[in-house]
Design a protein. Structure first.
Length: 119
């Protein structure tokens, strides 16, 4: 019995018309769907919410890209400062000072960067 109801429901979904609504539940569902389709306000509200969600998603993507680029620039600059510091025989304390000056960060952050990127 359930299998047959599922088949009727599937057939209705694929070919939604009142003729294919073979059960009372499907007929009721069809009337509700038809009423919603006719109601312009419902369609407009859906489109507005869809557009709003799309704007939020795009804004999030843009912010993520921007943050990724900024982080990439910081990592690149950090590695370059460390590399040059090592090339010119600077001590860890001197490299930490250079990182602080170049990246405008505090000593703890510069120390963390040195540990993380000095490879």
């Amino acid at each position: 019995m359930r299998y047959m109801q599922s088949c009727f429901s599937l057939h209705y979904m694929e070919h939604s018309s009142v003729e294919n609504a073979s059960t009372e539940k499907l007929k009721k569902l069809h009337r509700m769907v038809t009423a919603v389709k006719r109601d312009g306000e419902v369609g407009l509200a859906y489109m507005k919410s869809f557009e709003r969600e799309e704007r939020i998603r795009k804004q999030g993507e843009e912010e993520g890209r921007k943050e990724g680029l900024e982080e990439g620039e910081i990592v690149g600059k950090t590695k370059e400062v460390i590399k040059l510091g090592r090339r010119f025989g600077k001590s860890e304390a001197e490299i930490i000072l250079l990182l602080q000056e170049e990246l405008h960060i505090d000593k703890d952050k510069a120390t963390d960067f040195l540990e993380k990127y000095d490879k």
